[in-house]
Write a new protein. Sequence first.
Length: 221
Amino acid sequence: MYKFMTRFARLGLFAALSLGTSMLAHADIVLTFEGVGDAIAIENYYNGGAGGNLGVAFGSNALGVIDSDAGGIGNIANEPSANTVMFFLSGSNAYMNVASGFTNGFSFFYSSASAASVNVYDGLDGTGNVLATLNLANQYNLNCSGDPNGQFCNWTPVGVTFTGTAKSVGFGGTANYVAFDDVTIGNSIPGNPVMVPEPSAIAIAGFGFALACFGSKRRKA
Ligand SMILES: [Ca+2]
Ligand SMILES: [Ca+2]
Ligand SMILES: [Ca+2]
């Protein structure tokens, strides 16, 4: 019993420390595009605009598009965060720039009417080295229906991890075929951070558990 408690306590402390450091080391950014507007260029919405000062800027071809069922022009349904997504009407200048850089991972949900690829670069505007490539399939209408309207109704999460520091993402080649939502910077799993357990709460719970184990060990000793 004594040895079991000692080992358990170490495990608890290790879990608390590793969760606390790995999950707090970087802040993921999830871009839902809610609030951008309909057929409105995203541009600096997340770079000091109404979406916050997140340091994320888009080329002028990246548009916010709202579901037609919500009053916009979007031919979409079941979007991961309703009712706005990102869409490119033309392919040139289709870059997302993060001037201060980002690490670890990149991910998003997509609905695509064409096979396509998205590249992560270590330079601005698609310059430098390709750090990672995300391949997209033609899946936009598979096994889904509108809400009540919208042909781009099937959404797939994709993500990559990479080493180095990324500064841009090239969405070129996806124009007029792919809708994106919940673009997530710093994580290979896209999504709403509200749905992820609070790292500080986990760390504190882990620490509490570890301390309880240490305490019981001490009492038994
Ligand atoms: Ca719809
Ligand atoms: Ca919808
Ligand atoms: Ca959205």
